[in-house]
Design a protein around this ligand. Structure first.
Ligand code: HEC
Ligand code: HEC
Ligand code: HEC
Ligand code: HEC
Length: 143
């Protein structure tokens, strides 16, 4: 009963939200994208099915913010989401490394996030290893 009531409330909030032109859910961004580093001399575009990942993981798995001291801040629901390269660039994160990855580049952010997870998941799940999710061509298909 309570559950039905709550469902009704949520549904009507969405309806009202849609009707008057605001939304209570976060902007999901594009469903499909190609990530490329405009500042790089040799960019290597990466295919990224955003929606597929949103269906499997939380926003906080990839998105985060930064405080005034340049420290990473965990994602909170509804926060403004920008481009990775807004922070992962030579001005803002110069000298910051994660293992051997240079976090002042989009490659560092991309490999630290995307490739690390793909490697971990391929280790964990044989069916994903079989799909070669950690291989270069999964993200960087030959055109
Ligand atoms: C697996 C990683 C991942 C997950 C999970 C994820 N995103 Fe993203 N999202 C990205 C990447 C990468 C971009 C591209 C950023 C860029 O262009 O530099 C992006 C872009 C966006 C953008 C567009 C930002 C812009 O200014 O162009 C929005 C909005 C967004 N995501 C919202 C969300 C929300 C809301 C969720 C959770 C429901 C979510 N994302 C889950 C990785 C992810
Ligand atoms: C608002 C600024 C900002 C944005 C936008 C941002 N990052 Fe970060 N990111 C940081 C900061 C700050 C750190 C911590 C750097 C340090 O001190 O080592 C960090 C760290 C990381 C790390 C290192 C591992 C960790 O969790 O500390 C990865 C990988 C990463 N970011 C990937 C991404 C990806 C992918 C995106 C886009 C979806 C993104 N970041 C967007 C600021 C940002
Ligand atoms: C938290 C873990 C995680 C992160 C972070 C992540 N992925 Fe994935 N990704 C997966 C998993 C798991 C699959 C396999 C889904 C399946 O086939 O069931 C996948 C699948 C893919 C595929 C193949 C989709 C297809 O059509 O088979 C591409 C391309 C891809 N990811 C690119 C990226 C890129 C680019 C990023 C970073 C912007 C990224 N991923 C970040 C876990 C992750
Ligand atoms: C899970 C996804 C994923 C996998 C797998 C992956 N990459 Fe990437 N890679 C990215 C993303 C995202 C970027 C940032 C986009 C860009 O720099 O154009 C990137 C950037 C790069 C760049 C930077 C180009 C430049 O100088 O700006 C190189 C080189 C690269 N990758 C090589 C590789 C190689 C080699 C492999 C296999 C060992 C590989 N990548 C596997 C996602 C991936």
């Amino acid at each position: 009963m309570l559950k039905t009531f709550l469902t009704c409330c949520v549904v009507s909030l969405f309806v009202v939200g849609g009707f008057v032109g605001f939304s209570i859910s976060a902007d999901p961004g594009p469903a499909e994208m190609t990530l490329t580093d405009a500042s790089s001399a040799k960019p290597k575009p990466a295919k990224f099915p955003h929606k597929l990942h949103q269906d499997a993981f939380s926003c906080a798995e990839c998105h985060h913010g930064m405080d005034a001291d340049g420290k990473k801040v965990d994602y909170v629901d509804g926060q403004a989401i920008g481009k990775c390269a807004d922070c992962h660039n030579a001005d803002k994160l110069a000298g910051k490394m994660k293992d051997k990855l240079d976090l002042a580049t989009l490659k560092g952010a991309g490999h630290g996030n995307c490739l690390e997870c793909h490697k971990a998941m391929a280790k964990e799940k044989p069916e994903l290893a079989e799909k070669k999710i950690a291989s270069c061509a999964t993200c960087h298909p030959k055109s």
